[in-house]
Design a protein around this ligand. Sequence first.
Ligand code: ATP
Ligand code: 9VF
Ligand code: MG
Length: 275
Amino acid sequence: KKEKPVKPDYTPAQKKRITTLLSPADDFSSVKELPPFKELETELVKKRKQDLRHMYEKDRRHQLAQLERDISLFLIEKGFMEVRTSIMIPAKFIERMGITEEDPLYKQIFRVDNNTCLRPMLAPGLYNYLHNFDNIMPDPLKIFEIGTCYRKESDGKEHLEEFTMINFCQMGSGCTRENLLKIIDELLKYLKIDYEVIADNCMVYGNTIDIMHGDMEISSAVVGPIPQDLDWGVTKPWMGAGMGLERLLKVKHKYTNIKRSSRSISYYNGITTNL
Ligand code: ATP
Ligand code: 9VF
Ligand code: MG
């Protein structure tokens, strides 16, 4: 039996506009027939303006900024010290990370000039702190950074070229897979995000423990040491994990596209600003 097409059929441009205007909370499952485009558009524009006015009145916090604050407080509470390092880094840090021309990440680096690039990850800054704080702080040394990273990406719904990473790490005693998974579990429980643990590997770290939500990787976690530690003057065991904040927001708010949670002039807290 052939299914009756739902009328009216929108043009591709109209479908796109409706998709942009939809919020994950909108539910059309009980609607048998969609209204004409203009009618639906007007209704959705009105709802999204209301959503934004409601945020202005009741909350005023930016999701991405608030998530950063939540994660910072959580990790500070757990004994990790917050650091902030440069977004523009020496290009030689890329090589020192062990990222060679064969590594897919190599071509993804945004170069600023011959000697400078935008950081694709937080590890170089953290390595510097692990080295410099080793003879200052008691054991174990626990630090983290949250900040913007840049990678040239080609595919869409889960990748941004400008995204926010949290990378926490511990050096010295207690650096076991079990302890690492425990912190990740506590953090993701605190953020109310379901996950699965799988094994993966990458060129920089070798074996990684990947934290997945469905098909999307939300974190890569590693238990060191690894050979390139020595190039950073790091000689003790370590463990650490990197996690993307926009991906966490995508899961939390059920966004269909990660752009909704990115740094943007097109969306505010997942709502289009084109109203
Ligand atoms: P993927 O395989 O999905 O491209 P990755 O393994 O290259 O990710 P990692 O280097 O492990 O990413 O970075 C740690 C975390 O940072 C990822 O688990 C993800 O949550 C986040 N992340 C990495 N690249 C991006 C990106 N382009 N946009 C948004 N988040 C990202
Ligand atoms: C875990 C994701 C090498 C001791 C300074 C900290 C980690 C992986 C994080 C990473 C990636 N690594 N950005 O290192 O915590 O996979 O590229 Si450190
Ligand atoms: Mg990874």
